[in-house]
Design a protein around this ligand. Sequence first.
Ligand code: FES
Length: 141
Amino acid sequence: MNQDHEINRRALLTGVCALLALSGLEALPASASNEIRKLVNGRVSVKLKNLPELSKVGGSVGIGNIKGKPVAITRTGDSSYVAFSLSCPHQKVTVSWEGNGWVCGAHGSEFEADGDLVLGPATTRLPRVPMKISKGVATIG
Ligand code: FES
């Protein structure tokens, strides 16, 4: 591959990543395409057992935007889950999954897998988002 092709490929990949970030889809795992559905009321339904990220307690996965805000689900027990916003309570920057928790790249706040606060400058946990679970399907928002 010559240098022009390499530069064009890099520019294309950068553009695709920028598009995904703008569309709010960057938090969606590849496994989620058939397991997460947007509902007409702005909520989202998720087939919990079909997401490999949630197969173990402590597993967490971003499910995309709900009503304009990025949201994640974490498995907290054999059959318990929490949903919470991925907007850092400090200045609303979207946090990222790193290792076994969530980290804000803006000023370094850290959160447990379930959104509990570990380290500031944020002073509260990642805000919970309402979730109801029926027959293994969560309705969130
Ligand atoms: S916006 Fe997250 S730590 Fe400041």
